[in-house]
Ligand binder design. Structure first.
Ligand code: 2AM
Ligand code: CA
Ligand code: CA
Ligand code: CA
Length: 268
């Protein structure tokens, strides 16, 4: 019998909780930290072992499925044909290293490029944000009703303060205008968690340039099922194969952010 999305989601949930338990255990031992693209871009052996855990389980259980993960355990993927698991083993590695909290495992399951299942697991709080296309958005066992949308002036926006001070970023003045106009800004250091917070109504929007598919693949499905819109800064649909910007919000705030502030921003 064909595996249903509900069954796949249940399996993904079991793996995400098991992987989270292993990460909590790893926090009791010393772990190895490396820098990737620069001194603030960190990776640990726990990121790599967590990605391997998912890769090994997925290949063994669903040999026809494909895999895309941040740490490159699998071969590079250049098509989204078929069923693809897009995984960030630890989203918020800097928080993992410095705070031992506020990091997540993010899993998105896509079929021919369309989001079917999304899971974002806040490992230390035990909050699991999950969604299945057409079924809805849940936090642990509780189905969520769509949050009320706010105007920009009453909105709390997730944005990393680093982007507001990046003089060589063409969209920086527009990001500063948004920060000046909204009620307040927050930065949690995990794109996946911040997208889950928008879906949950804790944040009104999340805005970031230069994210990768594993940062937003899980969160984008949560947002879709919570009645929110997620696009590039210029309003284009996301690509799950290329890096780019993200603006996620309820449709009316999303429209304001794109048409008044972000539309001239980079799409990739
Ligand atoms: P990561 O922890 O998986 O690398 C931090 O604000 C957010 O941006 C995190 O979700 C982080 O994901 C992501 N991010 C993407 N590219 C990054 C980079 N080069 N350096 C640091 N964080 C990055
Ligand atoms: Ca990283
Ligand atoms: Ca990430
Ligand atoms: Ca990561």
């Amino acid at each position: 019998m064909e595996t249903t999305w509900v069954e796949l989601e249940r399996q993904a949930r079991a793996w995400i909780v098991e992987a989270g338990d292993a990460i909590k255990q790893a926090l009791h031992r010393p772990f190895h930290i490396d820098a990737k693209s620069g001194p603030n871009d960190l990776v640990t052996d726990v990121d790599k072992s967590t990605e391997s855990f998912f890769y090994d389980n997925i290949v063994a259980t669903y040999p026809t499925h494909h895999f895309l993960g941040e740490e490159g355990i699998a071969d590079r993927l250049d098509t989204l044909d078929g069923i693809v698991w897009i995984i960030d083993p630890i989203d918020g590695t800097m928080n993992f290293v410095h705070q031992k909290r506020n990091f997540a495992i993010s899993v998105g399951i896509y079929e021919n490029g369309k989001g079917k299942v999304g899971l974002v697991y806040d490992v230390m709080s035990g909050e699991l944000f999950h969604a299945i296309e057409g079924v809805g958005f849940f936090i642990n066992d509780r189905k969520q009703s769509p949050a009320k949308g706010n105007e920009l002036a009453q909105s709390v926006i997730g944005i990393n303060g680093n982007w507001l001070v990046k003089d060589n970023l063409p969209i920086q003045p527009d990001l500063v205008d948004i920060a000046k106009t909204c009620r307040g800004t927050r930065s949690y250091g995990s794109a996946a968690l911040e997208m889950a917070y928008v879906a949950s109504g804790l944040l009104d929007a999340y805005i970031s340039p230069k994210l990768s598919p594993w940062d937003y693949a899980g969160g984008a499905v949560l947002l879709q099922e919570a009645g929110c819109k997620t696009t590039r800064f210029n309003g284009e649909a996301l690509s799950l194969l290329e890096r780019g910007s993200i603006v996620a919000a309820k449709p009316s705030l999303h429209e304001t952010l794109v048409s008044t502030y972000l539309h001239k921003g980079e799409s990739t």
